[in-house]
Design a protein around this ligand. Structure first.
Ligand code: ARG
Length: 466
């Protein structure tokens, strides 16, 4: 037998109780290595902190601790460099690292797992990974927010027909519309921040479920790893995956926001809307129809949302009905978690890269923001002349019907029609109805008036300068 094959069949750490080795089919089915190897920097950081706790508790001598730490640094280097040789018998990243460490440092490697179980170890790795991922997503969200702010600033005068029910409703500023997405992303960031803050607890020391049987200083370990607190209950610490579920809930909501933005880009790029020109670099052609320029990037941002929301449902379904404490089912938390995080990060990044290249047809948008969209403004004019709003609504409804029947606009209503339907108004007054005046009067806090939007923009710019 070659050395490699001999090593590949190395006995499991828990083989003592077993008379025969694991069946290859069982080994292949139960391994988590294909996906949990990304935990390795966290797993090693956790093992270094645990080693120091063992030294503090006099379970290791200072020399043994130093030897283990040096070995862990070497394992880390091998993994960083892609030189680490995984074996089929490794089971998961935790076992692979411990196996390699023992090869490097000898029997003292067998002391690392004192007072520790993979159950609290994996819970630790998960929280360390989640903290880092929340930070990375926060940075990606901030970049997309900046792209939205920059676009809003570039087009700060552009008008857009605002829609309800996808029917033209009232004129708004394009910048106002874009900054609406910025607000959603701001909330996404606070959700991730909340998730991170609740996840910021050290589970190590919980052992398999009952708590370590040695006097390990958990607060010391927490400080080493930068945790705000230690978990309060060892059973909860190994059984719970709330942090992952919260993360996926926040990710799913965020993905849905991106999907709505993507859907609008798809719509705006149609010939029917014609509001944007897609940048060539972010569009694709058809293999058959030479004229096509397709919004595939936006479509995939929309499409990938299914994966992220699916991941939340997958995890909750895995958790539902699990008795306390650890069950191997929990290993299934990672594939959806990693996939959702990667997918969301890619979507955020590609949108942030694409937005600066969008070209809006401001003339076409302004034209689409005119016409019957000013009906509310006409009703407001009547209200200013003492007509109760409900009555004004009915009067303008009649005038709209007149316009539709005669193919005219509200601005063209003549003296005879006005005398009959709305004697409070004159042709000179209705001629003053324009989309620009419509947006300008919406000066309430949070409204679409240029003055208000400028204030939102200034706030966004201040936040982004921090
Ligand atoms: N690979 C496992 C997981 O991801 C690690 C914990 C295994 N614990 C155990 N008792 N088998 O959940």
């Amino acid at each position: 037998m070659t050395r490699r094959r001999a090593r590949a069949r190395a006995a499991k750490a828990w083989a003592g109780r077993f008379a025969t080795p694991t069946a290859p089919a069982a080994e292949a089915f139960t391994t988590s290595l294909p996906f949990d190897r990304r935990f390795y920097p966290h797993d090693i950081a956790g093992s270094v902190a645990h080693t120091r706790a063992l030294v503090r508790a006099r379970l290791l001598t200072g020399r043994e601790g130093a030897r283990l730490e040096r070995g862990l640094v070497r394992v880390r280097r091998e993994l960083d460099a892609g030189r680490f040789r995984f074996l089929p018998s490794d089971e998961d990243i935790h076992m692979a690292i411990e196996r390699r460490l023992t090869e490097l440092v000898g029997p003292v490697g067998g002391k690392l797992h004192t007072g520790r179980s993979r159950n609290d170890q994996v819970a630790l790795d998960l929280r360390l990974w989640l903290r880092a991922e929340c930070d990375a997503l926060d940075a990606a969200l901030a970049r997309l927010q900046q792209a939205l702010t920059a676009l809003a600033r570039r087009y700060r005068d552009a008008l857009l027909p605002g829609y309800t029910h996808l029917q033209r409703a009232q004129p708004i500023l394009l910048a106002h519309h874009l900054l609406a997405y910025r607000e959603m992303l701001a909330r996404d960031r606070t959700r991730l921040r909340d998730c991170r803050a609740r996840a910021d607890e050290l589970p190590l020391g919980a052992g398999a479920l009952a708590g370590a049987g040695f006097p390990l200083d958990r607060r010391f370990v927490a400080r080493q790893l930068g945790f705000a607190r230690v978990t309060a209950n060892s059973v909860d610490a190994v059984a719970d995956r709330d942090a992952a579920a919260e993360f996926l809930a926040a990710a799913a909501i965020c993905a849905v926001h991106l999907s709505r933005l993507a859907e609008e880009l798809v719509l705006w790029a149609t010939e029917e809307f014609g509001f944007i020109e897609l940048p060539d670099g972010f569009a694709t052609g058809s293999s058959m129809m030479p004229q096509k320029k397709n919004p595939d990037v936006a479509e995939l941002v929309r499409g990938k949302t299914g994966r992220v929301t699916g991941a939340l449902v997958a995890l909750l379904t895995t958790l539902k009905g699990l008795p306390l404490a650890y069950n191997r089912d929990l290993q299934e938390d990672k594939p959806p978690l990693f996939d959702a995080a990667d997918t969301l990060r890619q979507s955020l990044d590609v949108l942030a890269a694409m937005l600066p290249h969008l070209r809006f047809d401001t003339g076409r948008m302004a034209a689409a923001a005119d016409g019957l969209l000013l009906a509310t403004d006409l009703a407001d004019l009547l209200v200013e002349r003492g007509v109760p709003f409900r009555r004004a609504h009915a009067i303008v409804g009649g005038l709209v019907r007149h316009c539709l029947a005669t193919g005219t606009s509200l601005r063209e209503l003549d003296a005879a029609v006005l005398r009959k339907h709305a004697p409070q108004l004159t042709p000179a007054l209705v001629r003053r109805l324009t989309p620009a005046r419509s947006v300008a009067r919406r000066r309430v806090l949070g409204g679409t008036a240029p003055r208000e939007v400028a204030r939102q923009l200034a706030r966004a710019t201040r936040e982004e300068a921090r």
